[in-house]
Design a protein around this ligand. Structure first.
Ligand SMILES: Cc1ncc(C[n+]2csc(CCOP(=O)(O)OP(=O)(O)O)c2C)c(N)n1
Ligand code: SF4
Length: 512
């Protein structure tokens, strides 16, 4: 493989500090994949239009990462917009964030992996419109991330709508008359805006208007990454960038337009360049999940950050499944979401991978609420469940809504003595359990969810009832309530053992 340095022509031999010196680099940085393994035929070139600034910014980032020897440590958060496919090109860790959310995602990644170099890459529609809140708050918190903001004064990918950075008078598909401050407001100057905040350490605006300015952009990009490497704080580089296609110009004229129109409107400047300051506070301690959840039996070995596996000596139930998808649904206030939380905490204690995805309306009480729970021996791809193995329907609406989605070999636990008369029996087995009544008799109708938990454990043997009691003991501080819930687990189990199934097509006696 050719290294970058073998292919560098220094065009002018002025001193390092000179702004007129520039280099032409003919090689592809090893920070790029050799082959861009994407659907398109074009596996040796990017998808960017000729003359697009994104390609140049990519190159400058790759070269900086290479020069600083940070390839193995770098995680790039790519945006939505023309640069959405950055992950096809950069041979680094890659995360693709929803539109505008790159600084929030980068925050999470950096906090979870503080020794990594986390770079958010965003366009102007992405950063200055859809993600205005995310960038301002990440900068204000002084997150130790680097943000590269490609300002091409337009929404590129979607065909040229007006962006917050569109110049006064500039036409776009949504301002065909040209941007009028009285109607659309003035362009937003993100670098200046962020420079009003206390926390950022480095903020600069550069431009891709000519080779001299591209060299300045190169230095700014490298410096922003160095600041993160040295753990100095938030660094931000705004890059004025050509979009020849949407501007309707050839690449040379597009560069000229950056020089003649964009730079006067967005002056190039170093808005913040703070010297390193000693840290006044230490970051919050990082503790493994099982420790935070006070799960017993931690080993001396700390599990990898981000792993939700319980320590090796956690109790293992027989788990007669590889993956179990459970939907718990009811009215807000019935404890459907809490039941889901109990299940995932039990799963974690038993060494399983788990996910919990709640969904509820704006009403705190009596609106519908449900959650998707996955228990798995393998990593979980998505927490969303469309065909559950088990539905716990705490009310009739949930039964009618989600019952038909349960897979044919699945199970429905319904909180009632009987099914509604007009309810068509699904292929899945159905067990009717008057959980609310049972719980009422135990002293608290609120424990109906735990009665259903007991029924689920007895029927599926998915998790151990002992683990359920441990979780209940940990979660419920009040002794009387704790006792009721312990009894509720047992009552649910007993009901399954002693009562008859409804619609048990696959088992003659109606039991599993
Ligand atoms: C929340 C949300 N809103 C809108 C879109 C549609 N959308 C996809 S790309 C894009 C334009 C991105 O423009 P910009 O961030 O300026 O990047 P460019 O394409 O110019 O590089 C839009 C509006 C979306 N995917 N998600
Ligand atoms: S539309 Fe504009 S920003 Fe998008 S790839 Fe083409 S030139 Fe680049």
């Amino acid at each position: 493989m050719t290294t970058m340095t073998e292919n560098v022509d220094v065009m002018k031999s002025e001193p390092e500090s000179s702004t007129t010196e520039y280099q032409i680099v003919h090689a592809k940085s090893p920070v790029f994949y050799q082959v861009y393994d994407r659907k398109s035929e074009l596996k040796h070139q990017t998808h960017y239009c000729p003359g697009c600034g994104h390609g140049i910014v990519h190159k400058l980032i790759a070269e900086a990462v290479e020069e600083l020897d940070l390839q193995d440590k770098t995680i790039l958060v790519s945006p939505v917009g023309c640069s959405v496919f950055a992950y096809y090109y950069f041979d680094v860790g890659n995360v693709q964030a929803a539109h505008g959310r790159a600084p929030a995602v980068a925050t999470g990644v950096k906090r979870a992996c503080p020794d990594r170099i986390v770079i958010a890459y965003q366009g102007d529609g992405d950063l200055a419109a859809i993600g205005t809140a995310e960038i301002i708050h990440a900068a204000n918190r002084g997150e130790r991330i680097t943000v590269f903001f490609v300002n091409n004064a337009i929404y590129g990918m979607t065909g040229g709508q007006m962006a917050p950075t569109t110049l006064v008078g500039q036409t776009s598909t949504t301002s065909p008359w040209g941007r009028r401050p009285t109607n659309e407001g003035f362009p937003i100057h993100m670098a200046e805006l962020l420079a009003t905040l206390e926390a950022p350490v480095y903020i600069e605006r550069v431009a891709l208007s000519d080779n001299k300015n591209i060299m300045k952009a190169r230095r700014a990009i490298r410096k922003a990454i160095e600041i993160q490497r040295d753990a100095r704080g938030f660094s931000f580089v705004e890059i004025l960038s050509p979009c020849p296609t949407i501007w309707g110009k050839d690449p040379v004229d597009a560069r000229k337009w950056v020089a003649e129109k964009m730079i006067p409107a967005f002056p190039l400047n170093v808005f913040r360049d703070r010297k390193p300051e000693p840290l006044t506070d230490s970051p919050p301690p990082q503790r493994p999940v099982h420790e935070v959840l006070e799960i017993d039996g931690g080993t001396s070995e700390t599990p990898a950050l981000g792993s939700n596996l319980a320590p090796d000596n956690a109790r293992k139930h027989s788990h007669a499944f590889d993956r179990l998808a459970i939907k718990v649904a009811g009215f807000g206030g019935q404890g459907a979401l809490l039941l889901g939380q109990l299940l995932i905490e039990m799963g974690m204690r038993e060494g399983l991978e788990v996910s919990w995805l709640p969904s509820y309306g704006p009403e705190m009480r009596s609106g519908s609420a449900h959650c998707d729970v996955r228990l798995s021996k393998e990593q979980i791809g998505s927490p969303v469940i469309s065909d559950p193995d088990v539905l716990i329907a705490m009310n009739e609406i949930s039964l009618r809504k989600f019952g038909p989605q349960v897979n044919r070999e699945g199970l429905i636990l319904y909180n009632s003595a009987a099914l509604p008369e007009d309810f068509e029996l699904p292929a899945a087995r159905v067990a009717c359990i008057p959980a609310s009544e049972i719980a009422d008799k135990l002293g608290s109708a609120k424990a109906a969810n735990v009665v259903l938990l007991g029924a689920l454990l007895e029927e599926t043997e998915s998790l151990s009832p002992e683990t359920a009691l441990e979780v209940i003991d940990r979660k419920i501080r009040k002794a009387a309530l704790r006792e009721t819930n312990r009894k509720a687990v047992e009552a649910g189990r007993r009901f399954i053992r002693d009562e008859v199934w409804v619609g048990a097509d696959s088992q003659a006696d109606g039991f599993a």
